[in-house]
Design a protein around this ligand. Structure first.
Ligand SMILES: CNc1nc2c(CCNC[C@]34C[C@H]5C[C@H](C[C@H](C5)C3)C4)c3nc(N)[nH]c(=O)c3cc2[nH]1
Ligand SMILES: [Zn+2]
Length: 371
C-alpha cells in the first residue's frame, strides 16, 4: 500500500533535475482496429461530425492518423442511437481511420448553462432546446460505444484552475470514482481502447494519487486532464515535469487540449505522445495561418497585394495554387473557400511539425528549435 505524501522539497528538486530535456521524448506506433497512429501525434478536432471546412479525404492528405469526435454535441443532435443505427460515426462522416471521442464532461461545463454535478453524473439542459440530459460514466461510455469510437475517454471532471488543494482533492477523488464506473461500463473489443484521465490540478501528491487509482483500472492509455485551463505554459510544464512519469511507460499518454507548437514541443520533451487542439482549425477560420515565419494574420492590410504563398515550400492547396493576397481577400469577404484553405494549411503545418518531431526523435536528435 503506497502511502501518499507530498513529495519532500529535495525530491521535487530531484524530479526537476532528472527531467533531462530529450530523454523522455518517445516516438511510437499505436495499433488500433481502424489503423495505426504514429506518435507523437496531433489529432485534428471534429466537433459536429466533421473537421470544420474540411472533407475527411482532405484531412487524410494532411497526414492525420486520427481525429476527434464529440460526444456532447452528437448525443444531443442527431443522437447517439441514430448514429449507431446509421452505421456509426466512422460511416456517418466517411472517416475510416481511428476516432477518439472525449467523454463530454469538459464540454458540458463549458457549454450548457444550467447544470448540476452529482455523484451520479452531470445533469444539464441542452444548449440547443433546453431539454434535460444526464451524462454519467455509464451513459458517456455507452454513447461513445454507440458512436463506434476507436478510443473512448473515461468520464471525468476537469478540475478548474485555480483550485484550492481541497477543491482539487475532492474533484480528483470524484474523477477516480467515475473512472472506476467508466471502466466497468466499457465494452472491451480487440483494437478498441479506453483511456483514463488523471486530474489533481497543480498538486503533485494529488496527481500521484490520481495516477495510482487509474493504473489499478488498467486502461489502454492515459490522458493528463486539468491542464490548458488557464494555468499558463510555465505552470503546465511544471506539472508535466513529473506527471507523465507517474503513468505506465508502455502506454500512450495524451495531453488534452494542447496546443500551440511550442506547447506541443515542450510536452513531447516531457514524455507526451498525443495532442488535440482547436487552434489550427479555429484560428484558421479566423484568418491566422501558422508558418515557419511565425503566425500570419492574413486579414492584415499588408497582405492585400502580396502575390506570394503563405509558405513557398508547403504542399497544401493554399500554398501551391494561391497567394496571400487572394487568401486575404477571401477571409475579408468571409468566403467559405477562405476558411477551407486556411484550415487546410494549418492542419498541414501541424502534421508537418509532428512528422519532423517524430523524425528527430527517431534519429536521437534535439528538436528544440522547431516550432
Ligand atoms: C483546451 N484545453 C483543454 N481542453 C481539455 C479537454 C477537452 C479536450 N478536447 C476535446 C474536445 C473539446 C471540445 C472542442 C473539441 C471537440 C470536442 C468538444 C472535444 C475538442 C479536457 N477533456 C476532458 N475530458 N478532461 C479534461 O481534463 C480536459 C482538459 C482540457 N483542457
Ligand atoms: Zn500551406
Amino acid at each position: 500500500e503506497v502511502s501518499i505524501t507530498k513529495f519532500p522539497a529535495d525530491e521535487r528538486k530531484i524530479i526537476a533535475k532528472a527531467h533531462d530535456k530529450y530523454k523522455k521524448a518517445r516516438a511510437g506506433i499505436i495499433n488500433t482496429r481502424h489503423g495505426q497512429i504514429h506518435t507523437p501525434a496531433f489529432m485534428p478536432v471534429g466537433t459536429k461530425g466533421t473537421v470544420k471546412a474540411m472533407l475527411p479525404e482532405s484531412v487524410q492528405t494532411t497526414g492525420a492518423d486520427i481525429i476527434l469526435g464529440n460526444t456532447y454535441h452528437l448525443m444531443l443532435q442527431p443522437g447517439a442511437k441514430r448514429v449507431f443505427k446509421l452505421g456509426g460515426l466512422h460511416k456517418f462522416m466517411n472517416w475510416s481511420k481511428p476516432l477518439l471521442t472525449d467523454s463530454g464532461g469538459f464540454q458540458v461545463m463549458s457549454l450548457s448553462k444550467l447544470r448540476k454535478i452529482t455523484e451520479e453524473g452531470v445533469i444539464f439542459n441542452s444548449h440547443i432546446d433546453g431539454s434535460k440530459f444526464m451524462l454519467s460514466p455509464e451513459s458517456s461510455t455507452e454513447i461513445q460505444y454507440l458512436l463506434g469510437s476507436t478510443i473512448t475517454m473515461a468520464f471525468d471532471e476537469c478540475t478548474p484552475y485555480p483550485s484550492t488543494y481541497e477543491q482539487a482533492k475532492s474533484s480528483m477523488e470524484l474523477t477516480s470514482r467515475w473512472a472506476k464506473r467508466s471502466r466497468k461500463a466499457f465494452y472491451s473489443r480487440d483494437g478498441y481502447g479506453q483511456f483514463g484521465i488523471i486530474q489533481g490540478s497543480i498538486y503533485n501528491d494529488l496527481r500521484l494519487k490520481s495516477a495510482l487509482d487509474l493504473i489499478e483500472l488498467d486502461f489502454e492509455g492515459y490522458a493528463i486532464g486539468g491542464l490548458a485551463v488557464g494555468e499558463g505554459q510555465e505552470l503546465m510544464f511544471k506539472v508535466l515535469d513529473y506527471a507523465p512519469d507517474l503513468l505506465p511507460i508502455n502506454k500512450p499518454r495524451y495531453l488534452m487540449g494542447v496546443g500551440k507548437p511550442a506547447d506541443i514541443i515542450g510536452a513531447v520533451q516531457r514524455g507526451i505522445d498525443m495532442f488535440d487542439c482547436v487552434i489550427p482549425t479555429r484560428s484558421g477560420r479566423n484568418g491566422q495561418a501558422f508558418t515557419k515565419y511565425g503566425v500570419v494574420n492574413i486579414r492584415n492590410s499588408k497582405y492585400k497585394e502580396d502575390n506570394t504563398p503563405l509558405e513557398e515550400d508547403c504542399l497544401c492547396p493554399a500554398c501551391k495554387n494561391y497567394t496571400k493576397a487572394y487568401l486575404h481577400y477571401l477571409v475579408k469577404v468571409k468566403e467559405i473557400l477562405g476558411a477551407m484553405l486556411m484550415t487546410w494549411h494549418n492542419l498541414m503545418y501541424f502534421q508537418k511539425l509532428m512528422l519532423r518531431i517524430r523524425e528527430y526523435i527517431a534519429q536521437g536528435k534535439d528538436f528544440d528549435f522547431i516550432s
